[in-house]
Write a protein that binds this ligand. Structure first.
Ligand SMILES: [Zn+2]
Length: 138
C-alpha cells in the first residue's frame, strides 16, 4: 500500500538526517563544542549556543520516556487509530517524538515507561524513509 501520511520536506539543516534514514541509519546532530546530542536538528546548540554542529550515527536504540494513546487523527493516520505516540530517550541523549510500534494501543497498561526500543524505517517514497520506534526485548 502506498504511504498515505504526511511526508517531511528536507531542508539544508535536516538533509543529513534524511540521507541517513535512506541507508537505515539514525543520524543525530551533535555539538562539537559541548559534545552533546540534540534533537531536533537546528543551527544553534540548545545546550551551549555554539553553531559548531556535526552529524553522528546514533545507535538507533533508546527507552520509552512517556507515551500517549491517540484516538483521533487526520488523513492517513486516521486509519491507524488507536495508535501510540511516545517520547524516546535516545541512548546518545535528548528525546525524539515518534509513533511507537509493537505495542497494543487498546491495552495501554501493557506499555511500559523505560521499555527498550529500536528504530526502524518505513519507506514513504524513494527519497524519504520515516523513522519509527519499536519496543524490543530488553
Ligand atoms: Zn553545545
Amino acid at each position: 500500500m502506498a504511504y498515505n501520511k504526511p511526508i517531511p520536506t528536507p531542508s539544508v539543516h535536516t538533509q543529513p538526517f534524511w540521507d541517513g534514514t535512506k541507508e537505515g541509519k539514525l543520524m543525530l546532530p551533535r555539538c562539537t563544542s559541548c559534545s552533546r546530542v540534540h534533537w531536533y536538528p537546528r543551527l544553534i546548540c540548545p545546550h551551549c549556543h555554539s553553531m559548531e554542529i556535526e552529524w553522528i550515527e546514533g545507535s538507533g536504540e533508546g527507552r520509552v520516556y512517556t507515551y500517549a494513546v491517540q484516538h483521533r487523527a487526520f488523513g492517513g493516520w486516521a486509519e491507524e487509530v488507536p495508535f501510540v505516540t511516545a517520547f524516546i530517550d535516545l541512548n546518545e541523549g535528548d528525546r525524539m517524538l515518534t509513533v511507537l510500534r509493537g505495542v497494543d494501543a487498546s491495552d495501554p497498561e501493557s506499555i511500559k515507561v523505560g521499555a527498550k526500543v529500536r528504530v526502524e524505517f518505513e519507506e514513504a517514497n524513494d527519497d524519504i524513509h520515516i523513522p519509527f520506534w519499536r519496543v524490543v526485548e530488553d
